[in-house]
Design a protein around this ligand. Structure first.
Ligand SMILES: Nc1ncnc2c1ncn2[C@@H]1O[C@H](COP(=O)(O)OP(=O)(O)OP(=O)(O)O)[C@@H](O)[C@H]1O
Ligand SMILES: [Mg+2]
Length: 254
């Protein structure tokens, strides 16, 4: 086995007295799709926030290619090859697809103040990256639309594109299919699967058809901890997982 691209050790994230993530360790192999699943509130998004620097760690260690990054700011982690998309839309609605991608290509994080980026400054840089990413997420015919004009499925693809535009070696995708109709889900699944050839994908996803189909490894979280980990067939067969999560899904719960 190759050395892991990401090795997180004993990650703890507390909000006040509440431990949202409690002593989670995670090893992600390069050029794999590593999914994180678990019931609502299990701590999946908080784990992503902690690994990507959206929130500071309470304690623990994050090694990217063997280098400790757990104390770095999110934009510094982006510069080292770590990019993410968000569970909730984080696009700039009045900007075009091209402008959104250009901002991401320049390493500006969603949510950061836009005002000091004049449009002139954003004009020509990174055009090749923008085009390649737009093709990748099948938005190259919509480069001049504002993101507010896109369908929901197209917006979700643009969010993946925003993460890709930072040219990461490892990408964290938080429920890229959330709210998508059945027609858009298959396309997103193919896009995510295709990324494995060039980079490493860490994926939060509630759609079990996708997770079981495209994951190399699955980590199951429950109550802020790792409940189980393995290949899809191993996780599916784990009685603890069936009880805490999958059984519940099969009988129609959340
Ligand atoms: N900023 C915050 N302050 C306090 N508690 C928080 C905060 N963010 C998340 N939590 C709590 O941490 C726990 C884990 O939340 P998190 O969003 O990580 O879960 P999740 O597994 O991503 O769930 P979902 O599948 O619904 O997206 C929940 O109980 C949530 O209410
Ligand atoms: Mg979440």
């Amino acid at each position: 086995m190759k050395p892991p691209i990401l090795h997180a050790k004993n990650i703890v994230k507390c909000y006040g007295k509440f431990r949202a993530v409690s002593d989670v360790s995670l090893s992600v192999q390069p050029n794999t799709i590593h999914s994180v699943i678990g019931p609502n509130g299990a701590g999946k998004t908080t784990l992503f926030h902690s690994l990507t620097g959206t929130v500071p760690l309470t304690s623990g260690s994050v090694l990217l290619d063997g280098r400790e990054i757990g104390a770095l700011a999110d934009y510094q982690r982006v510069q080292l090859g770590m990019a993410r998309s968000f569970q909730v839309t984080s696009l700039f609605p009045t900007l075009t697809v091209r402008e959104n991608l250009r901002i991401a290509a320049q390493g500006v994080q969603p949510g950061q103040a836009l005002h000091f980026w004049s449009k002139a400054l954003l004009q020509d840089a990174h055009e090749d990256v923008i085009l390649a990413v737009a093709r990748r997420v099948e938005l190259d015919h919509l480069l001049d639309r504002t993101s507010a004009q896109l369908s929901h499925g197209q917006q979700r693809r643009l969010e993946v594109g925003m993460a890709l535009a930072a040219r990461p070696t490892i990408i964290f995708l938080d429920e890229p299919t959330s709210g998508m109709g059945i027609n858009d889900i298959g396309g997103m699944k193919n896009i995510v699967r295709s990324l494995r050839d060039e980079l490493t994908v860490v994926l939060i996803e509630h759609n079990m058809d996708i997770v079981m189909d495209i994951s190399d490894t699955i980590t199951v979280m429950h109550l802020g901890k790792v409940l189980s980990e393995g290949q899809p067939n191993e996780v599916k067969a784990d009685p603890a997982v069936r009880q805490a999560y999958l059984g519940n899904m099969i009988t129609g719960g959340g």
